[in-house]
Structure formats: structure tokens, C-alpha cells
Design a protein around this ligand. Sequence first.
Ligand code: SF4
Length: 367
Amino acid sequence: MSFYDIYSRYKDFDIDSFYNNISDKDIELILQKDILNEIDFLMLLSPKAENFLEPIALKANSLTIQHFGKTILLYTPMYLANYCTNQCLYCGFNTKNDIKRKQMSLEEVEAEAKYISSKGIKHILILTGDAKDISSVEYINSCVNILKKYFNSISIEIFPLNEDEYSKLIKSGVDSLTIYQETYNEYIYDKVHLKGPKKDYRYRLDAPERACKSYINSVNIGALLGLDYWRKEAFFTGLHANYLQNKYPHVEVSISTPRIRPHVGDFSPYHIVSDKNIVQFIVALRLFLPRCGVTISTRESENFRNNILPLGVTKMSTDSNTSVGGHTNKQNQTNQFNICDTRNVEKMMEDIKTLGYQPILKNWDII
Ligand code: SF4
């Protein structure tokens, strides 16, 4: 069995008719429960539940403190390369876009690592486009060997791998995988991924599970919000996280709620996702999966990130740059997308403390 079997159970579910039959009483009853099932979660994502956002948020806040304390883990992304063989409509690194392509040399990786770690960051997320011949597993492995001298946690956000490839990187020092399904809707998935290996929906969908089987410490999943109706994407993301948590209890599972940001290219989201929608997604998820991490990146504004911090967020990026080697070289670079919150590490820590939370720069060490 894979998550696809659970997805198949619900993919043709008539969500609109279901939502038309929900009453206030249904939501009130869910609020009294300690353990929620899949249908309760779907109800908390409904238009009807929008009238109960305040009590849901209060419960989400207290569950988050109970399971994670008042802490926020900070990390920063580092782009190793922007070569890509795919044509994803929503991305600046789309192989059809006429941008300057670059891959960092190992010397550049070391210089960038030294610079980032000097600011106090100890958790790094490394990214590449999907060009396996150029940004090969061997190349990423060599980068990891350098990065582990400077960071206590190394996450990867790269193309999907086989189990033995995940095992190789995990043995070298990678402890965490981020991989977004982009959209759980198979039809839209096919429409926005014009060409390239990423067209294989199932191979991507099963990637987090392959990493779990390879004994990774944590996985972070999500949908790129704006491609399909957010309530559906939120539901499938929650089901996917629940599936992984239940089947692989040794793995820490988190979700992200990324919205499409401006980038090179003219793609506009098919569906607008508002701040209020993201709040509802996060608080509903917290009630359904109290132990699931929630990551909010610098795609969101400073003000919005400060406001949603107490509602279930456990991890945030800071001092982000989405171009290759962009931390040390800020000249003539193409970003994968434009970031919104530009706070540096110091300011981010100050703001988190002002909100009554403790910023965490290092919560564990690779042995
Ligand atoms: S989203 Fe990833 S795979 Fe798609 S074009 Fe961008 S870098 Fe390439």
C-alpha cells in the first residue's frame, strides 16, 4: 500500500455537496473531541468552519505549546544549482526560461557555508533544480561532506530519489527531506508540468515514503497553494502527513503551506489563496495532527508570519535568498521566486523573542 491508495479513495469525492450539508453543530462537536478522524479534518477545512476560526485557533495554540513548547526552529535555504530539465509553469528555473544557469563549485559551497554559519544558523536546507546529470547524487554528496563541518542539520530539497540514493545521502549526513507534491490533483499536475522527469506523479508522491524507508529523521511535505482549490490541497496534505506519521513513527513529519510567488515567467495562480485560508489550514491541521511540524517560509510577509506564529508554526526560514550562491554573491542573479520577508537572523530572533517564543538555532547534532 502507498499513499496513492488513500488519495484514490478521496480523489473524486464531491467536496462541495459534502460541505453543503455541514451544520454549526458538526463543528461544535469536533471542537469537543480529543482525537479527530479524516472527516473531522475535512469539516474543519469547510466554509462553515470559518465562523469558528477563533475557538479552533485557541485550541491549536494550546496543542502546539503542549507538543512543541514556545519555540521556533530557524533555518536558511542555500541554492547549489539552478540547472533544470523540467518545464514547471510556475517556476523561474523552468528549462525554457532564458536565465543564467549556474552550479556552485565545492570551493564556493564552502565559502557560502562559512558565511551563513557565521551568522549563527546551524540548520541548512540545500536546493537544486532537477538536472540529475549535472547536480548528481555524487555532487550533492560532496556538498554534504563540506556542509557538515558547518551545520548541525542538513536538509535536502532536490529531485526525487530512489531508496538507495536517499540512504547514501542519509549516511553522509542528510537528516531531513523537503519535497512538495505541488498539487495532489493528478489532472492539474499533468497540466502544469509540461515536460521532463517531474511529469511522473506517482514517483514524486512516493518520494517521502522512500526517504522514510531509508531511515531519514524528518520529512516536510506540502502542496504549492494556488494550483487547485486550497481546501482539497490542505485535505490531501494532511492525509499524506497522517499516513507517514502512522506508518513511520520514527520520522518527524512536517508540512509547509507555500503560496505561488512572483518569478521569471508569466504564470498566475489558478486559485487565489488568502491569509485567512492559510490560517484555517494551519489550525485545522494542528487539531487533526497535534505532533505535525508546520513550516512557514519567507514567501510570506513579516507581518503575516508574526501573526500566525502562535497558531501552530514550529519552523521558519530566515535571511533567505533563492538564487545560486546568493548569500555571498548578490550580483546579477536570477531568483527561483521573489521572497517577501527579508528579515536577517538577528532581527528575526529579536521579533520571535518579542512574541514570547524562543528562537532555536541548533536543537541537535549529527553524530
Ligand atoms: S519547480 Fe523544480 S523541477 Fe520545476 S522547473 Fe523549478 S526547479 Fe525545475
